[in-house]
Structures are given as C-alpha cells and as structure tokens.
Design a binder for this molecule. Structure first.
Ligand code: GLC
Length: 436
C-alpha cells in the first residue's frame, strides 16, 4: 500500500472557514424525541426493537421547519449546523435506498436531511451531517456481544450468523448516499469508535477515500479513530489516511486549549449540551444560563477552539423553549460583540483575572466578566502598540488612565471604564484594542 502523506497546506486551506466560524449548532433529532428520555434510551433501557418500532409508526414532526431552525442559529451568531442524519438507533432522517427504517417511510414522508441542508444553505450557513458508525437497528451489527447494544448480554440475540462486513457495506453505502445526494457538505461528523471498533475495523481508509473523492473539501471529525476520549492520530503527530481534521472534546472545554507534542495549536471543537441531554429529554430542565453559554463561547475562542452547542428538538420538530430563549439571548450579545468571536482565536496574552482575551486581525478583545476596582489592566499589550481602545458594543472611546495610582505599573495599559462600578454588559463587556 502507498504510504499516506499528510498535506498540511491542503489541510490548512480546508480548515480555514471552520477556524473562523468558531460557533455552530449541533442537532440531535430522531425517533427518540418521542420517548423523550434522551437519544440513548434504547440502550439504557435495553429496549427491544419491537418496542422501539412504535415510535417509528408514530413519528410525524408536523412542525418541522428547518428554515426556522436555521434562522434561529443564524440569529444566535452561529456559522454552521450539524444534524444527526442517523444516530445510534439506526433511524435515518434521509431517504436511503438501503433501508426501510427512514423518515420517508414514516407518517411525515419527508426527507428531513434534504430539507435541512437546503434551509441551512439558504441562510448562508455551512452545513454538516452527523452519521453514527454504530447501528442498533441493523441485523448485522453485533448485538449480544457488543458492550452498548440494547440487546447486550441477551442470549436471545446471539451474534451467530451476523456478518459485520455486510454491515460495513451498508454503512459505506449510506455515507456514499449522503456525500452524493445532498450537494456540498461542509462537515461530516462520524460517531464513534470504541474498543476494537476503530480505524480499519470500519474500513476507514476506504471510507475516507470515498468521502474525499465525492466531497474534496469536507471537514471530517476524529471519531473514526476515537470517541470523545483520545485525540486521534493527527493530534498525536502520525496522521493515518483516515485521520480526523479536528479533535472533538465532548461535554468539556479543554482546560488548557489543545496543542500537539511540539506545542503547535490543534484544531478542536468542543461539543456540549445546553441541558444534560443531546436528544430531547422532557424531564431535563437543567439548562445552562445564557450568560454562562456566552462566557463558555468566549473561553473556547480564547483557547483557539470552536463551540458546537447542541439543541434537541422535540417530536413535533420544535426547539424546546428553554433552548430557543437561550439562542435569542446569545444572539443579542453576538450582534454587538460577534466580532470578538468569529474570525478570532487565541491571543498570545495571559488570561486576566477578570475575564479572557481573544485575538482578531490587528485587534485584541479583552472580555471583562467581572469588574475591577479602578481601571481595567490590559495586560499583555504595550502602550506604544495601542492605536485606539473602544467598547466593541458601541464603538465608544475608552480612555487610558495614567494618574498616580497606576504609576507603580508603568508597563501596563489601564482602561478607564468610568465611575460606574456596574459594567455596561454584566455578562461580558468587550474592550476592543485596535493595534497600530
Ligand atoms: C456521544 C453519544 C451521543 C452523542 C455524541 C455527541 O458519544 O454517543 O449520543 O451523539 O456523543 O458528541
């Protein structure tokens, strides 16, 4: 076999929009919205196929309006959206010719993926599809011997006669359909590898070759190699032919950003839920406040990463009200301050006590979460480098102070936010430092 050569130049070109975008929406949606106990419900409750099929017969998301979803994402300041075309339960939101277990065969009769990709593009956003490598519906996927299959350890579902190769053909065929029938895809989000099911066990080289031949610019996550656990071969410095393009930390923001062994920044995207479930869960009202989500977005960008924030629409196709409200709140902040997020990245400046710093083109953005006593020290920037200092939200000038209190710190620029100890934006007041 030909040795794989990682082409850094092509890679960096392909990743450019993604690193500028910084903020996207994850959507977990499928039959599991009906039981409304999260997308793992079949596995967690060891639910037999027959019981799950009632949801297939019932599925009818009459309110599904992907244009409304895309508009909500756009208003929130998001630049891309990723939808579960197939989750672990195997149900397809697209019209696959290789299965009957698909949305076009439910009451709704619609190709939900087809409508989704069009709607997202119409709003000018990039579009991604999530595809589960696991499949709890396919008869050739291991049942009894698999550690997470709903029928695990159930001798009535022995794996004799199951042909994993046949499953792989099915899986590859479906990925080909997604890459052929829905126009240009910007992201393919595979999920996930575990135990011995990783890399070539998925025939990953062949799969990625096929994907790249159909979608040369598509960005692929790292879960053909890992799950949220592990970083993947690109991060480890020995890229395989099926290496992921980005690291996909899940339900965590990397405490110290992400660097490779040589200290070079890696591309990563932290995905996490607004409450504690990916798929719709009617009982889960533990939503993170909008203020927290805004600050976490800033945290991701200040550490050089993206944030993929999840929404789990309900069975009728609506965003839970808590999610919709948070998106609106985030949008209000982004409308004024989005320039400190999109197109920005890690600043070569230490994290200040009061907040975080992001860096844009010739600009530093000091995000003040908590006011200081007196003027705000803009640590890391030299007086002679400063062209102007402004509130990002209004464009109003912020003067530099230089009276006696500050004379002990001649190397630090202090921004004078005035007499009011309450910040103009109590969530995050952004100070824009325009460099000379
Ligand atoms: C997981 C879960 C899953 C979710 C995903 C998102 O590994 O299996 O349900 O889709 O993470 O990152």
């Amino acid at each position: 076999m030909e040795e794989y050569k990682f082409d850094r130049e092509a890679y960096e070109k392909r990743m450019q929009w993604f690193q500028e975008a910084r903020f996207g929406m994850f959507l977990h949606w499928g039959l599991y919205a009906i039981p409304a106990r999260g997308e793992w419900v079949r596995s967690q409750e060891r639910m037999p196929e027959e019981d799950y099929m009632q949801y297939f017969r019932e599925f009818d998301p009459v309110d599904y309006d992907p244009r409304a979803w895309a508009r909500a994402a756009k208003r929130a300041g998001m630049k891309y959206m990723v939808l579960t075309a197939k989750h672990h339960d195997g149900f397809c939101l697209f019209d696959s010719q290789y299965t009957d277990f698909k949305s076009t065969n439910t009451k709704c009769g619609r190709d939900l993926v087809g409508e989704f990709v069009e709607a997202v593009r119409a709003e000018g956003l990039k579009v991604g599809l999530y595809y589960s490598l696991l499949d709890w519906h396919h008869e050739d996927y291991p049942h009894c011997s698999d550690p997470i299959h709903p029928m695990r350890e159930n001798p009535a579902y022995s794996d004799e006669g199951r042909d994993f190769d046949r499953y792989l053909t099915y899986m590859h065929n479906q990925v080909r359909e997604l890459c052929s029938n829905y126009g240009k895809l910007d992201i393919l989000w595979f999920d996930f590898s575990y135990n011995e099911l990783r890399g070539e066990a998925w025939k990953a080289t062949e799969l990625v070759q096929m994907v790249r031949s159909l979608q040369p610019d598509v960005i692929i996550d790292n879960r053909l190699e890992v799950s949220g656990e592990g970083f993947g071969s690109l991060a480890e410095g020995h890229p395989t032919p099926y290496h992921g393009d980005f690291v996909s930390p899940e339900q965590i923001i990397p405490p110290q950003g992400m660097q490779d062994g040589n200290g070079n920044d890696l591309v990563w995207e932290a995905c996490f839920t607004m409450n504690n479930n990916w798929g719709y869960n009617a009982a889960d009202h533990f939503y993170k406040p909008a203020s927290m989500l805004i600050r976490k977005l800033v945290e991701c960008v200040s550490k050089g990463g993206n944030m993929l924030l999840n929404v789990g629409p309900d069975a009728r196709g609506n965003f839970p009200p808590e999610a919709a409200e948070r998106l609106e709140e985030i949008g209000k902040w982004m409308e004024k301050n989005g320039r400190s997020i999109c197109g920005c990245g890690r600043a070569a400046v230490d994290k200040p006590d009061y907040g975080r710093v992001t860096a844009g083109d010739h600009r530093l953005y000091y995000h003040v979460f908590e006011n200081t006593v007196g003027a705000v020290p803009l640590i890391g920037v030299k007086r002679e480098e400063v062209g102007a200092i402004r509130y990002l939200a209004t464009g109003a000038e912020i003067p530099v102070v230089s009276d006696w209190v500050y004379s002990n710190y001649p190397d630090i620029v202090f921004a004078n936010l005035g007499g009011d100890p309450v910040l103009p934006d109590p969530v995050d007041t952004v100070i824009e430092v325009i460099l000379k």
